[in-house]
Design a protein. Structure first.
Length: 430
C-alpha cells in the first residue's frame, strides 16, 4: 500500500509517521511518499521521518520527492497538509484582517477566505493528478479551511473520493473522556465513544456524547455549566449553554465574541502565525539532529493535537471496512432533513470500504442554523471565486461573510486581499 502525503515537509509529519508505525499491523503501508515543494524543509523533516521508521525496523519505505505526480502515482490514499504561500502567507492573512479592523485568522473571516482562494486551485490540480495517476484513491484533506476546501473538491472533482478532516472533534472526545475517567474511575477507550456534533468545519455545535451506547450528555453538560459559572471569565456565557443545551466549537468565539478577539489582535505582534514561525524554527532544528528518532515534546506547542490519531484511524476504518463512526467533512446527502443535500457538513459518518456515509442527524435549532446558513453562503461564493477567478463572486463572498467588512468597505478589502496574495491568485489577474 502506497500513501502519499502532500505537504510532507510539514512539522506535523513526524506525528503522522508515528501514527502509521503504531498501526502497521492493521494498516500495512509499504511506501510512504512525502512530497513538498520546499526541498530544504523536506530534507530535514523527511530525513527525521526516515530515522523514525528505521528505528522501528523499517516496516515501510519513506520516499522523499518534490514531484507531486510521482508521489500520487499508484497511491491508495493521498493526504494533504499543505499551506500555499507557507507560513508567511498565514501572517499576511492575519494582518490583512487587522489592517481593516476585521478578524485576522487562518480559517475564518477575510484571512480564511484568502487562504481558501490560494488553496482551492492547488487542491483541484492534485485531484486531477489523482484522477489520472491513482484512480480510485481516496483524498483525505487536512488542509485548512478544511470544510470549505472539501466543498470545492466535492463540487469540482466529484469523481475523486474525498473527505475533509479536522482534529477538533477528537480533541473534544479526549476532553470528555478525561473528565469521565476522573469522575468515575473507569477506563474509557476512544473507539467506544461517539460525539454528536453538527455544523461546518470550525463552526460546529456539540450536543451529545455516549460511552458504550450510554448517553452521558446530561451529566457532561451539567458539569460544564457548573464549571463556567465558577470561572471569573468563562469562555462561554453559561446562560447561552443552558438555553441551547449545546457546547459550541471554540472557533465560534470569533463570531460570538468578535469584539474581544479584535481587541486581542491589537496586542500583536506576535500573531499566532508569527508564534508558529518561531516554534517551527525550533522544531526543525531538533528534527535535523541525526540522533533524534522520536518526535520532541515541543511538537505539542505547534497545535494540532491528536492529528495522527484522526488520520490513521480514518484510513484504518476505510481500508479494513470497519464501519466505525468518525466526524468528517462530507456532503450530507439528505442526512439532515430540510437542508440542501449537496452541502458539505462536519458531522458523524460511518466509514467503511465503500466510503463515508453520513448518519441521520437532527437539524440544528434556528439560533444556530441562521449563522451556519450565513457562513455556508459565504463558502459557496468563495468556491466560485477561487475556481473561476470571479471578482464579483469574491465581492459577494465578503458581503455574505458574517465576519466580513461593512458594505462600503468591501471593495477596499477585496482589493487589498487580491493584491496581497497576487503571487498565488493568478486566476484573478488574467
Amino acid at each position: 500500500m502506497k500513501i502519499a502525503v502532500i505537504g510532507g515537509g510539514s512539522t506535523y509529519t513526524p506525528e503522522l509517521v508515528n501514527g502509521f508505525l503504531d498501526r502497521i499491523d492493521s494498516l500495512p503501508v509499504t511506501e510512504l511518499w512525502l512530497m513538498d515543494i520546499d526541498a530544504k524543509r523536506l530534507e530535514i523533516v523527511g530525513g527525521f521521518a526516515q530515522r523514525m521508521v528505521a528505528a522501528k525496523g523499517d516496516p515501510f519505505k519513506v520516499v522523499l520527492t518534490t514531484d507531486q505526480r510521482a508521489a500520487v502515482k499508484g497511491a491508495s490514499y493521498v493526504t494533504t497538509q499543505m499551506r500555499v504561500g507557507q507560513m508567511q502567507a498565514r501572517v499576511g492573512d492575519e494582518y490583512l484582517g487587522r489592517r481593516h479592523n476585521l478578524i485576522g485568522q487562518e480559517t475564518t473571516g477575510v484571512g480564511g477566505m484568502a487562504k481558501a482562494m490560494r488553496t482551492i486551485p492547488v487542491l483541484l490540480k492534485l485531484a486531477a493528478d489523482m484522477r489520472e495517476l491513482a484512480p480510485g484513491a481516496v483524498l483525505v484533506n487536512f488542509t485548512n479551511p478544511s470544510g470549505l476546501v472539501t466543498e470545492a473538491l466535492q463540487r469540482y472533482a466529484p469523481e475523486v473520493p474525498s473527505v475533509g478532516v479536522c482534529n477538533v472533534a477528537v480533541g473534544v472526545k479526549m476532553r470528555f473522556i478525561k473528565e469521565l475517567e476522573g469522575s468515575t474511575g473507569r477506563k474509557i477507550a476512544l473507539e467506544n465513544v461517539t460525539l454528536d456534533t453538527l455544523g461546518l468545519n470550525h463552526l460546529t455545535w456539540h450536543r451529545g456524547f455516549t460511552v458504550d451506547g450510554e448517553d452521558v450528555w446530561p451529566q457532561l453538560l451539567s458539569s460544564y455549566i457548573t464549571q463556567l459559572k465558577s470561572e471569573p471569565e468563562p469562555e462561554w456565557e453559561p446562560r447561552m449553554i443552558e438555553s441551547t443545551g449545546m457546547i459550541p466549537n471554540y472557533y465560534l468565539q470569533y463570531f460570538y465574541h468578535t469584539d474581544h478577539k479584535l481587541e486581542s489582535q491589537q496586542q500583536w505582534p506576535p500573531s499566532r502565525g508569527e508564534e508558529v514561525i518561531e516554534i517551527e524554527k525550533g522544531l526543525l532544528k531538533e528534527y535535523a539532529d541525526p540522533n533524534l528518532k522520536e518526535p520532541p515534546a515541543d511538537l505539542m506547542l505547534r497545535g494540532g493535537a491528536y492529528y495522527s490519531t484522526v488520520a490513521t484511524q480514518l484510513l484504518n476504518a476505510h481500508y479494513n471496512d470497519l464501519g466505525e463512526v468518525h466526524v468528517v467533512n462530507v456532503r450530507h446527502q439528505g442526512a439532515v432533513p430540510g437542508w440542501p443535500a449537496d452541502w458539505v457538513l462536519e458531522m458523524p459518518a460511518r466509514v467503511d470500504r465503500k466510503g463515508m456515509h453520513p448518519l441521520p442527524a437532527k437539524p440544528l435549532p434556528p439560533a444556530s442554523f441562521g449563522l451556519l446558513a450565513h457562513v455556508k453562503a459565504y463558502e459557496l461564493l468563495t468556491v466560485e471565486a477561487a475556481v473561476h477567478g470571479d471578482r464579483e463572486a469574491a465581492y459577494q463572498a465578503l458581503l455574505a461573510n458574517p465576519l466580513g467588512p461593512k458594505a462600503d468597505q468591501i471593495q477596499a478589502v477585496l482589493d487589498d486581499l487580491l493584491e496581497t496574495n497576487k503571487a498565488y491568485l493568478p486566476q484573478f489577474f488574467k
